[in-house]
Design a protein around this ligand. Structure first.
Ligand code: MRU
Length: 362
């Protein structure tokens, strides 16, 4: 499709951590363009998303990843694809659109922001279904951009609330990447760190490497380093020792889906970090926007956990690192029980579970 969406970058090429997009370009024709996170940290490369299939592949292969970013990308891809549907019939338009949304939604199961963003776009259009197709296309784009715009602001609010928990000189451990590469704005878990830096606090950030796909060392270290943060990478199995040495005063992680009781799915290894923090008496925080809460789910046992290709474990970035044919488990996420989470840093303040329906959806 010759898409209606132009340059959407998850990180500005000058190294600033703001989401960049050009409204003018979006309205005058262009493409959805994202940073290809698979190439980082070696190469800052952009990927054009030209079809729904491109978008699904980008999400599945983690070219774009992180719960809020997946939601924004899917909504924008839906708007781009919707803009290309050639029909004057509202029924046919909705039929195509539902099919696109279904395919996008099937691309990854755990981060609820994906279905949340797609449902929100579809609901918006269904409320306007008496409009002619060209007007529906405009409304779809407007809603997708509203999701993006809102996400940028949510990140800033998470940053402000979160930085109130931090103080000068702290060591902070984070897991995976929940920064500017993972959201529309400056991130979730990293937002308090960016806000604290703006306020002049000196923090020492420890980035878990995050096996098997190294989002911590490839992405978190990359974006924090570019933002001028004091960041140190460690292998996942080193955190206990650093905690024991008194070098970590708080752990902040993002989330892919939070159940009503506060159980939280996030990148595999998060649960382990929470157990370690608990043992060492270190506060463990989850930072997430309201769009990551799934209050239909009573507890974390209902969260679908993505199982990924065993080769991510047995071939370390292309180099065989386990014997051929060996059994492998590769869950992409784990669920941290709510008892281990000190507080939730959200766009609506610092919250404690159980969560009421008002905190969910819009
Ligand atoms: O598999 P990924 O890289 O998409 O996993 C991402 C995470 O687990 C993040 O911590 C989470 O999505 C929050 S991003 C703000």
């Amino acid at each position: 499709m010759s898409s209606i969406i132009d340059t959407v970058s998850w990180l500005a090429p000058d190294g600033s951590v703001h989401f960049q997009w050009s409204e003018q370009a979006i309205l005058t024709g262009g493409r959805l363009r994202i940073i290809d996170q698979r190439a980082l940290p070696g190469q800052l490369r952009y990927l054009s998303i030209n079809t729904v299939e491109d978008a699904c592949e980008a999400i599945q292969t983690l070219a774009v990843r992180g719960a809020p970013a997946i939601g924004c990308a899917a909504a924008l891809a839906l708007a781009a694809a919707g803009g290309e549907i050639e029909t004057g019939s509202t029924d046919a338009f909705f039929r195509h659109l539902h099919e696109y949304a279904r395919r996008l939604n099937a691309s990854r199961p755990t981060a609820v922001n994906l279905s949340w963003a797609l449902d929100r776009c579809m609901r918006h259009l269904e409320n306007l279904s008496e409009l002619p197709v060209p007007a529906l296309k405009k409304e779809l784009l407007k809603e997708a951009l509203a999701i993006l715009d809102e996400d940028i602001k949510l990140c800033d609010r998470i940053g402000e609330y979160g930085s109130s928990l931090l103080h000068d000189g702290m060591g902070i451990l984070t897991h995976c990447n929940a920064g500017a590469l993972a959201a529309g704005g400056c991130g979730t878990a990293l937002a308090p760190i960016y806000d604290a830096m703006r306020k002049g606090m000196r923090l020492k950030v420890y980035a878990d490497e995050t096996r098997p796909l190294l989002q911590g060392s490839r992405l978190t270290a990359w974006e924090l380093q570019r933002a001028g943060a004091d960041v140190t990478v460690l292998c996942d199995n080193m955190a206990a020792q650093l905690m024991c040495e008194g070098r970590i005063q708080a752990v902040i992680v993002g989330a892919d889906r939070i159940a009503a009781n506060g159980d939280t799915a996030n990148k595999i290894g998060t649960y382990g970090a929470a157990v370690l923090a608990h043992y060492h008496g270190i506060p463990f925080y989850v930072a997430a926007p309201y769009s990551t809460f799934d209050l239909k789910l009573k507890s974390g046992s209902e969260i679908p956990i993505e199982q990924r290709d065993p080769r991510e474990v047995t071939a370390f970035f292309g180099k065989q690192s386990a014997p051929e044919g060996v059994a492998v488990c590769n869950p992409a996420f784990d669920v941290t029980p709510h008892e281990l989470i000190g507080a939730f840093i959200t766009d609506r303040g610092i919250l404690q579970p159980p969560f009421a329906e008002t905190e969910n959806r819009i």
